[in-house]
Design a protein around this ligand. Structure first.
Ligand code: FAD
Length: 358
């Protein structure tokens, strides 16, 4: 039986560990904190098919299949059926990329359809696209279900080094060491520093996302939102609903470097901009936030959806951003690599997966 270690129990590590376990591997997951408390923290994420890179659309289709399979495995909803709404000309550009990709149902929608998909939105009559296979990811349910399934293999320790040991790989933690056939490094913001020889070109920045209460009780339907239209005074807006549709989390995709002077103030400014957007664009929300999530963004040089897997003998390390939706397919690919098979070519750093078309 292959002996696989996974460093990190965020959504990516858990997905990889679950896939490796399903394929019969003996899996150890190292995680010193609560599973899902790193970049995967918070109550919702957007699942969308639209990406600049058509390869990533195909991966999203595959991931959606696995999300649905996980819902059957665990007997719980992990993806809402509310759809993913995008506003602005950029949404139409992405619709052209989606056209013809099997498994995607997305179309331009009129103002009435926009209002039905997202009844908390102010009147909007600009370009809009609805991806009916998109929706809000039930992040906490996903982390809980995977953690429960992997419970026996979870080790509450921090990994400090990963290095070769003959034909195997040695993992050192603060209190011990252990050898494995393959180590998958899925440590989010800490991945690059655990494999310094791989020189992964990741840029770390910080991000804030606010949670708002839906006024007047739960809505039957709350599509996720991406707004690049500028119609409500901001662009780069993204938002998703929590389970039960009584709360909606929203952020601006801008990030800030906390090591630079003024970084903390910029984070506060981003939160204020998000609040101001809600006050203008989303009259169905109470504009006083009920929660904040601060988180690291790990971006590769080729774009905000970029992802890559760096490999050395017995070690595969994954880095990228916006990975929640893609975690199921990514997890299967990582498990494949851990079990001695080739990694899908898309994930090699040279493939610049998730970047704009060449
Ligand atoms: C505010 C926000 C909104 C987002 N919105 C979306 C979205 O709408 N859709 C989407 O798809 N994605 C979205 N993302 C991105 C997505 O959430 C992340 O890409 C994803 O959660 C990353 O998961 P991960 O498992 O790689 O990392 P993490 O969740 O950070 O997991 C890494 C784990 O490794 C552990 N670890 C670190 N160092 C060590 C060590 N030395 N030893 C052992 N364990 C270690 C950490 O404790 C952590 O639990 C968003 C991110 C943020 C911050």
């Amino acid at each position: 039986m292959a002996d696989v270690a996974v460093v990190g129990a965020g959504i990516v590590g858990l997905a990889a560990a679950y896939a490796a376990r399903q394929r019969g591997a003996d899996v150890t997951v190292y995680e010193p904190a609560a599973p899902g408390s790193g970049q995967s923290a918070g109550c919702s994420r957007i699942f969308r098919h639209a990406h600049d890179d058509p390869r990533m659309v195909t991966w999203a289709v595959r991931s959606r299949h696995i999300w649905c399979q996980w819902e059957r495995d665990f007997g719980t909803e992990l993806l809402s059926a509310d759809g993913a709404l995008s506003l602005g000309d950029g949404a139409l550009d992405k619709l052209r990329i989606l056209a013809g990709i099997e498994g995607v149902e997305a179309a331009r929608v009129d103002p009435d359809q926009v209002a039905r998909a997202l009844p908390i939105l102010a009147p909007y009559d600009g370009p809009a696209v609805l991806d009916t296979g998109g929706g809000s990811i039930r992040t906490e349910a996903a982390i809980a279900a995977l953690t429960g399934a992997l419970h026996q293999g979870l080790v509450g320790e921090q990994v400090i080094t990963i290095g070769p040991a003959g034909s195997r790989v040695e993992v050192r933690t603060l209190t011990g060491r252990r050898r494995h056939d393959h180590v998958l490094v899925c440590a989010g913001a800490r991945t690059a520093e655990l494999v310094p020889d791989m020189a992964i070109p990741v840029r770390l920045s910080a991000h804030v996302r606010l949670t708002f209460a839906v006024t007047g009780g739960a809505r039957e339907r709350l599509a996720t939102l991406q707004d690049s239209s500028g119609a409500f005074g901001a662009t780069g807006v993204y938002a998703a609903a929590h389970t039960g549709n009584t709360r909606y989390s929203l952020g601006l995709s801008s990030t800030t470097d906390l090591t630079a002077p003024g970084g903390a103030q910029r984070l506060a400014d981003l939160a204020e901009q998000a609040r101001a957007y809600v006050a203008t664009a989303l009259p169905g929300l109470d504009p006083d936030p009920v929660g904040h999530v601060h988180c690291w963004v790990t971006e590769l040089p080729w774009g905000s959806d970029g992802v890559g897997v760096w490999q050395g003998p017995g070690v595969s390390a994954v880095v990228g951003h916006n990975l929640f939706k893609q975690a199921p397919a990514l997890g299967q690919a990582l498990a494949q690599a851990a079990l001695g098979e080739d990694l899908p070519a898309d994930l090699a750093p040279a493939a610049r997966f998730g970047g704009p078309p060449h």
